[in-house]
Design a protein around this ligand. Sequence first.
Ligand code: PLP
Length: 382
Amino acid sequence: MNAPSNTLEPRPAVRAIPRVVHGAVKDHELALLERSGISPEAVLDFSVNGNPLGVSPGVLAAVRSLTEPEVRRYPDDEATDLREGLARRFGLEPSNVLAGNGSSELLWLACLTYVQPGDRVIIAGPTFGEYERAALIMGAEIVRIDATPADSFRLRVAELKDMVISSNPRLVFLCNPNNPTGTYLDAHSIETLAAAAPRTLWVVDEAYAPFVSGVDALRACIRLMHAGNILLVRSLTKDHAFAGIRLGYALGADAIVDALVRVKPPWSVSRVAIAAGLAALEDDAHVSRGRAVASEAIGYLQTELRALGLHVFETRTNFMLVDALPYRSAAALRVVLLKHGIVVRDCASFGLPSTVRIAARPLEDCRRLVAAFAVETSRQNS
Ligand SMILES: Cc1ncc(COP(=O)(O)O)c(C=O)c1O
């Protein structure tokens, strides 16, 4: 349908904003599967990369215990208890902590607060699509440095350093560990980069840091935050698997947090999210167990899928990339697996049309995934 001639035009910057594709199985796909005898409950979703154990009983109980008067009142706009709890945990002050409606809100806030039209924003890709969108909303000029499969998706740190020195960006987005590649940059490299561009805001998205095995990735970068140009952004919706509730937090120098607070929409963190967050802080064991399950699952999947001849990339977190070329494309492989009641993430929207991302799930689910691949591999070979 043609737009009526009197349609109001949005700001020019808005026309440049792409529609970001996120993963997760679509309702119409579930309906299709149901018609072929696979019930929605039986579908195994490997495209969602949160804690493989799901939501902890403590978080569910906290959400359920909210009373009618609590639900009726506005939440504490400053999420004081939660910020104090997070500050205590990391040896910081509450003024270093900001809670948000998922980490997405905080990533957006960083751009809304710091980026002006024409400013350069560097994105180390391929990565989460919301960085580009948040920067484009503000009319930024996006500069990319993309890692390649030939390099096992490793970030070219020295090149990025030269790039920030020569192009003087207003902001750099680093996703660590990176979605979808699973690569991880150590704290020393981030420190060196941030020191090379002290007038640039380095937004380090640590949404998947709780799942990095072998180092305490949640603590690794805390001291860097005092440099005054690093904002660490984290997602409780990943480590505690409550994406439906929406809760994230940012850690940064007082001045950065203060600036973000001025821009943040009011009451964006609901009373439900605050209750869930406080309960989550009491239940670290749930995250440790999730990390152990994820690590076991990733190890198992790497071994079994490689044994079937698939190219599986190395990863430091709870998801991994698999080359879909034997199936022509990621989209084709996704459809093949969907018929087995299995959902994987087609990475075309990350600029990787022949790669799928598979997240960790409990071992018995992983066995079903491997069995599906085994059936399809023997079909291809016959
Ligand atoms: C790297 C990364 N950061 C942030 C988010 C947003 O998470 P949330 O807004 O649920 O905290 C996602 C979601 O997929 C992500 O992959």
